[in-house]
Design a protein around this ligand. Structure first.
Ligand SMILES: Nc1ncnc2c1ncn2[C@@H]1O[C@H](COP(=O)(O)OP(=O)(O)OP(=O)(O)O)[C@@H](O)[C@H]1O
Length: 668
């Protein structure tokens, strides 16, 4: 908490405002002295030049002291608000790291980013500018009115009668400005999101040649922003002029009535100096009056934003270490996996149904099945990205829910279906999961001015391990061709790499940690069969004594697995070795037949192929045009016959994913 800073700051505002009251008083003394008038109390008559100089010096001193105290206020309250912004951002980020797949499945990245920037900014504005302005307004109003009453209660009653009109009008204008400001900000967010998606999806935009449409959409959004900004300027600009007018009118009224009191009523207790003092006091109220509306808006925005931030802070992970259940004595896992009657439901939708499976430690499991059959979810149950609705997943005979999450994830590496690469060097991308030195923690809840030093840059991951992992993942050759080898920077999301290179970088990242369990989720789909064979060899080498789970659609990828299971609509429908499943004549055998026929068609060269009977030719032709769903996966469309390279055995445009879609090169 920053109570001390706030209390000090508020005290400084009160002192500054109190000292400021002297300024109009000193002006009054000079004017009365110079005009030879007397006030009702002192009746001092004129003043000497020295006295005038003394008052002038007093005015300078007053400005100096009040300016100094306002500086103290800024140093305390504004700095405290900046510190709080820092602490909230740090805590939210740390909290977001504890949340799980369930949260991130539902959260929108743009929204999270916006909360961490826009909402946090609004809260800081409320705590900083808002915080001191509220104290300022209250003290200025109270002290000014007390003095003004002392000078002339008649004039003060007139001012009090005018104030609701002035404050009401200004507050109305300020509310309008807030609304229009918010509308402009929302449009700003939309424009930013649009640009970000366009840049990230540049390949899609270009691929579909929809640049014109994108330009037009962006132009329309930009135009809307212009419209909203102009609407804002229409009320924003006149606010100051309008305030000047209102204050000018109040000045006019007071000047006239005050002048009347001096001229006509012959009121000897009310001097010219007092009228000037009164007008100066009135002038001091202009800014706080204008601020009333602003502060309302700042506070409203700040509170709404704080609620949105609190929502993030209160979000809880579904998967967590339960102190009553987690066995903290477990420090490692060997890799023996058991699924016992595992089911998973999303609402009414059963996505995994009574799955029973045993993967002995150190063996190689292949999983295949139609798209959406639950393969990815099955693998996510092992890492506890999700927990089953019923049944138990065991590792080394222990329910995974009893294994500390950090131990579980330290010993399991996953290559996800869509690998994510960081804007960093290839070496750091591969070595991402290797242990880094402990970074110094910045303490929470204390003043951190001057404290948060930049964390030390993590040491480079062991280059030897990185190289070896890259070699095993079939990436080493590619990296050597890059301009700076392993120090080559990857652009945002690794855009400079081809699909196959991205997959292999992710594989290298997974195997560099030498995990007990390695899970590859459709990670070889974007590489050609020759590269696939090299990677599988690499994995088999690294996998000695480790458990490997490989999700794939190609028989060529799966055939060497110790055990292959077929998952269909959340059920395990087939299980066995390659030969056993072929003999079974089910989904796997059909997959194999289709891929073999399509491959034959691909290599069908009348000069070298033995002649086929018309019936065989028809079977091959049909196999090549079998719809994707029947073949058990989504396929890239349309087919490109005759596209395969010589020597490729299973490289079918229809039945296999495309190999690296782009030339594998790094653009610098
Ligand atoms: N968070 C979720 N909420 C609701 N349904 C989900 C969620 N996650 C996955 N599903 C559904 O569960 C089913 C299985 O998904 P999963 O990702 O495991 O399929 P898959 O077999 O890996 O498919 P593919 O081969 O296309 O990658 C799908 O129908 C999917 O829509």
């Amino acid at each position: 908490m920053h109570t001390r800073q706030y209390l000090l700051g508020m005290l400084a505002v009160i002192v500054a405002n109190s000292v400021n009251l002297l300024y109009p008083y000193l002006v009054r003394r000079i004017i009365d002295g110079l005009t030879g008038q007397t006030d009702g109390v002192a009746r001092t008559g004129g003043i000497t030049l020295e006295q005038a100089g003394f008052y002038a010096l007093g005015i300078v001193l007053v400005s100096l002291i009040s300016g100094g105290f306002m500086l103290v206020m800024r140093r305390q309250i504004v700095v405290a608000s900046r510190q709080m912004e820092y602490e909230i951002r740090r805590d939210i980020f740390a909290h977001l790291q504890t949340l799980d797949k369930n949260y991130y499945d539902r959260a929108r990245t743009g929204d999270l980013m916006n909360r961490l920037t826009g909402d946090l900014g609004a809260v800081r504005e409320m705590m900083g500018f808002g915080g001191w302005q509220i104290v300022n307004i209250i003290t200025v109003f109270l002290s000014s009115f007390a003095v003004m009453f002392g000078i002339s209660w008649q004039l003060t009653l007139i001012v009090i009668a005018l104030i609701p009109f002035i404050v009401g009008t200004l507050a109305y204008l300020a509310r309008l400005i807030n609304q229009r400001h918010k509308a402009a900000q929302e449009q700003n967010s939309l424009i930013a999101a649009k640009a970000q998606e366009n840049f990230s999806g540049a390949r899609v935009v270009k691929g579909y040649a929809i640049e014109e449409r994108e330009i037009e959409e962006y132009r329309a959004m930009n135009l809307e922003l212009l419209r909203r900004n102009i609407a804002l300027t229409k009320v924003d600009g006149p606010l100051r002029s309008f305030t000047t007018l209102l204050i000018g009118m109040a000045f006019g009224v007071i000047l006239y009535i005050g002048g009347r009191m001096i001229l006509l009523d012959g009121n000897r207790d009310f001097t010219t100096g007092m009228l000037v003092q009164y007008l100066l006091m009135l002038g001091r109220l202009a800014w706080p009056m204008m601020m009333v509306g602003w502060i309302t808006g700042v506070t409203q925005r700040g509170l709404a934003s704080w609620l949105r931030l609190r929502e993030m802070l209160e979000a809880r992970a579904h998967v967590y270490d339960d102190p009553g259940r987690t066995d903290t004595t477990i420090r490692a896992v060997q890799g023996d996996i058991h699924f016992e009657h595992v089911s998973l439901k999303y609402g009414q939708n059963t996505v995994l149904n009574d799955v029973n499976l045993h993967v002995p430690a150190g063996t190689f499991l292949g999983i295949t099945g139609p798209t959406g059959s639950g393969k990815t979810l099955l693998s996510q149950l092992i890492t506890r990205s999700i927990d089953p609705t019923s049944g138990t997943v065991k590792i080394d005979g222990t329910d995974v829910r009893r294994i500390p999450l950090s131990v579980l994830r330290d010993h399991i590496s996953v290559v996800p279906q869509e690998p994510f690469l960081f804007s960093d060097t290839i070496a750091n991308n591969i070595g991402f999961g290797l242990d880094n030195a402990e970074l110094p923690l910045v303490p929470t809840g204390v003043s951190v001015v001057g404290l948060p030093k930049m964390p030390d840059i993590p040491p480079h991951p062991d280059p030897e391990r990185v190289r070896r992992a890259a070699a095993l993942a079939g990436l080493a050759g590619d990296v050597e061709d890059f301009p700076k080898g392993y120090d080559t920077m990857l652009g945002e999301r690794g855009v400079t790499l081809s699909g196959g290179q991205r997959q292999r970088t992710a594989i290298a990242r997974a195997i560099v940690r030498e995990p007990a369990i390695l899970i590859l989720d459709d990670s070889l789909s974007a590489v050609d069969t020759e590269t696939e064979r090299r990677i599988i060899d690499g994995i088999r080498e690294v996998a000695k004594g480790r458990t490997v789970i490989l999700i794939a659609h190609r028989v060529s990828t799966l055939r060497h697995a110790d055990q292959i299971v077929v998952l269909e609509a959340g059920h395990v429908t087939e299980s066995g070795t390659h030969d056993e499943l072929l003999a079974l004549g089910g989904h796997y055998a059909e997959l194999e037949r289709l891929q073999r026929l399509a491959s034959d068609l691909d290599n069908d060269d009348p000069d070298v192929q033995p002649a086929r009977s018309p019936a065989e030719q028809e079977a091959v032709r049909q196999a090549a045009t079998i719809p994707a769903a029947e073949a058990g996966r989504d396929l890239p469309a349309p087919s490109q016959p005759g596209h395969s390279q010589p020597g490729q055995t299973v490289q079918t445009p229809q039945l296999n994913p495309q190999p690296d879609p782009q030339p594998e090169q790094v653009t610098k």
